[in-house]
Write a new protein. Structure first.
Length: 422
């Protein structure tokens, strides 16, 4: 890994302007994320939550679809999803359908239905927490917004998927379409479109998850790229799984009747790992500073001071041009830095009473006093080490600091004009 980091750092120094040449850093960033950001552990946790909520989730979906007169959609979907598991997949789907068919919402009562929805919301909450961590989101949504979002997704997603698939598949038997299906090529094209429909729906579900679940604005480019990455690996991973894991007789010999469950656990793990890796790809598109070989938790003295001045300059620029005050996400994108570093500096500047935060969610930051009253010295003293923290050579350092502050005792506005003209 040391040699990989050295190569990464060397190429990073020679990268030139932002362009598609940055694509060569994605493998490095994904490898680091896999090894250091606990992505496999996140996938394992998702498997555990899925096992607890799979039957309740399907029970809610089946009940909603039956209530709206849409039947026979979920079962083919499940069989297609677990197809790489071979015979074990068919057995698992049969068991799931059996369990779900015995889960009657009418017999559960209010408490039982509430437990079903709480179980499903638990899965949604885990997904949101995972994606927020991947996108480095500092602040989560308010509880009310999160609950309403979860409930909306749980209620609408099965209905939309069922409506789309039922409409598309039902069109084949529509009387008005029959004459056209006999035309050369039309029937083949329609069969191709219906065959691609599950793939398109999976793509849209992945893209929607990456775009809307994290508590930040995610570009459609990033969301679509992450979804494409998921689908790109779905089929080779499915083939390898069916050939070397599900098709192996060793699991039946070792685990006997538990073999289907073990294969299910492995398949769910691979699915969630693909989902999380797709999210990481999307986040790298959205947060290109994460392509840097340098750890985001590494801080350098000049970096902290330079970024702190840059943050104050951007806030001042927005104020001077009567623009909306920036939030953490906007500042991190503008300054090509991680949200964690920007958040740390904003906290220090806020504690030093150089800026104030609004009550918006997420908070926006604006100047706390007149523009003409800010100096570089103010920013330095807020970001500098507290007095008497270190006693080594304190006298000599104090003299150095006095000389440095004397050079920085100029208005921030004047410094901006100087750097603009240079």
């Amino acid at each position: 890994m040391v040699g990989i980091n050295e190569t990464w750092q060397k190429w990073w120094q020679e990268r030139g302007p932002i362009s598609w040449r940055w694509a060569k850093f994605y493998p490095f960033a994904l490898l680091r994320a896999y090894t250091k950001e606990r992505l496999p552990s996140e996938a394992q946790a998702m498997v555990y939550v899925t096992l607890l909520t799979l039957v309740p989730l399907l029970a809610v979906a089946f009940s909603l679809l039956r209530g709206f007169g849409v039947n026979g959609v979920i079962e083919p979907w499940l069989r297609n999803m677990f197809e790489p598991m071979g015979d074990a997949g068919s057995e698992v789907v049969d068991r799931l359908i059996q369990f779900v068919s015995q889960t009657s919402a009418g017999g559960l009562g209010i408490v039982g239905v509430a437990v079903l929805f709480i179980s499903v919301i638990n899965l949604a909450q885990k997904i949101e927490t995972t994606l927020n961590r991947i996108w480095r989101v500092e602040n989560e949504r308010a509880l009310k917004a999160r609950i309403s979002g979860y409930v909306s997704a749980v209620l609408l997603a099965p209905l939309l998927i069922g409506a789309i698939m039922s409409t598309m598949l039902g069109m084949k038997d529509a009387a008005w379409l029959q004459p056209y299906l006999h035309l050369p090529g039309v029937g083949t094209l329609f069969s191709l479109l219906t065959g691609l429909l599950p793939m398109v729906i999976v793509f849209l579900i992945m893209a929607s998850s990456y775009a809307w679940i994290p508590n930040r604005s995610v570009s459609l480019k990033a969301a679509f790229t992450g979804a494409a990455f998921f689908l790109l690996l779905w089929y080779p991973v499915s083939w390898l799984f069916s050939r070397f894991i599900a098709g192996s007789a060793n699991y039946s010999v070792i685990y006997s009747s538990f073999a289907s469950m073990i294969i299910l656990l492995l398949w769910l793990y691979f699915l969630w790992l693909l989902f999380i890796m797709g999210a990481k790809v999307a986040s790298l598109i959205d947060l290109p500073d994460a392509l840097s070989p340098y750890d985001e938790h590494e801080w350098y003295a000049d970096e902290q001071m330079a970024l702190g001045i840059a943050v104050m300059t951007e806030i001042d620029h927005r104020f001077a041009h009567a623009e909306e005050a920036p939030n953490i996400e906007e500042l991190s994108k503008k300054l090509h830095s991680s949200p964690q570093k920007v958040s740390f500096l904003l906290d220090r500047l806020h504690q030093g009473k150089l800026i104030r935060a609004t009550d918006d969610s997420p908070a926006r930051y604006m100047l706390s006093k007149a523009r003409s009253l800010y100096t570089l010295r103010d920013i330095y003293q807020v970001l500098a080490m507290p007095k008497d923290t270190v006693n080594l050579n304190r006298g000599a350092f104090a003299e150095l600091e006095r000389n440095m502050i004397a050079q920085m005792d100029i208005p921030l506005m004047q410094w901006q004009e100087t750097t603009k003209n240079s």
